[in-house]
Design a protein around this ligand. Structure first.
Ligand code: ADP
Ligand code: ADP
Length: 242
């Protein structure tokens, strides 16, 4: 099976609180994603583009198993995520998915190495092994001389690279990134993307972004508009469809 397969994925949000609307027949809903079907193979670098509010974050969260669809299915290497219990889904995410959040979500109290090692703590890896592995990843993103620095002592670009190292430390099969260069200048952004791509050679990467430079590293670009898939373009084959 493909690494990720999304079939007829729909996610709607019901607006308003239960109490406020419990007596009304119709509760307003917004369809953030509307019947999306895509599959993603191992090693593919996929850019996800579209205007603000088009459903990019919603799709990333569903693919990562952080959210569940209103209807439709997401399968990971043949396993329907819906069939996993909450606990197993968390385990799947920890083992197989690396996530780079837009605002990094680094812990201020921990060093760069401590932040990068965090997913390994949750997986029960021994301390000595965690430290070795976290250092390796920091070196791979060019931060070998920053391992004991706290986030506050690092520049925005360095923090971003710590977040990327953390997302890759478990050697995940899928990496999800929401605007991974959102707060970086062009040059730092380009450096971060190069590192990202080279460190994650065998891993599928899905990047949601408005940034043309970020989309340029993708093998394939999927475009959303109003929750619908409007284009899926592979660069090598140069095929586009709607
Ligand atoms: P993008 O990442 O492309 O900006 P989102 O996936 O964040 O788009 O949002 C898609 C649509 O879903 C938007 O209309 C947004 O307002 C709506 N939406 C997203 N999250 C929620 C939520 N938690 N509750 C209600 N509406 C939401
Ligand atoms: P924002 O751009 O709104 O700050 P992020 O891209 O940083 O959002 O995070 C995306 C979403 O993921 C947010 O809704 C946030 O609540 C959620 N989130 C952040 N960190 C985690 C986490 N460690 N585990 C699960 N969900 C998280």
């Amino acid at each position: 099976p493909p690494l990720i397969e999304c079939q007829n994925l729909t996610r709607s949000y019901t607006l308003g609180t239960q109490r406020m609307l419990s007596r009304s027949a119709e509760r307003p809903t917004v369809t953030a994603l509307d019947t999306i079907s895509i599959s993603i193979d191992r090693g593919e670098v996929v850019g996800l583009s579209g205007p603000s509010g088009s459903g990019k974050s919603t799709l990333l969260h569903l693919i990562a198993g952080l959210d569940t669809p209103t209807s439709g299915t997401v399968t990971f290497d043949g396993t329907d995520l819906k069939t996993l219990s909450g606990r197993r889904r968390t385990k799947h995410r920890l083992e197989n998915v690396g996530i780079v959040f837009q605002h990094f979500h680094l812990l201020d109290a921990l060093s760069a190495r401590g932040n990068v090692a965090l997913p390994l703590v949750e997986l029960g890896i021994k301390k000595r092994d965690r430290r070795v592995r976290a250092k390796e990843l920091l070196e791979a993103v060019g931060l070998g001389d920053r391992i004991t620095h706290k986030p506050a002592q690092l520049s925005g670009g360095e923090q971003q690279r710590v977040a990327i190292a953390r997302a890759l430390v478990t050697n995940p099969r899928l990496v999800i990134a929401d605007e991974p260069t959102g707060e970086l200048d062009t040059e730092t952004g380009a450096q971060v993307l190069d590192r990202f791509k080279s460190v994650a050679e065998d891993t599928a990467i899905v990047l949601a972004t408005h940034d043309p430079e970020t989309l340029a590293i993708a093998d394939r670009v999927i475009s959303l508009r109003d929750g619908k898939l409007v284009a899926d373009t592979s660069k090598s084959a140069d095929i586009s469809e709607s």
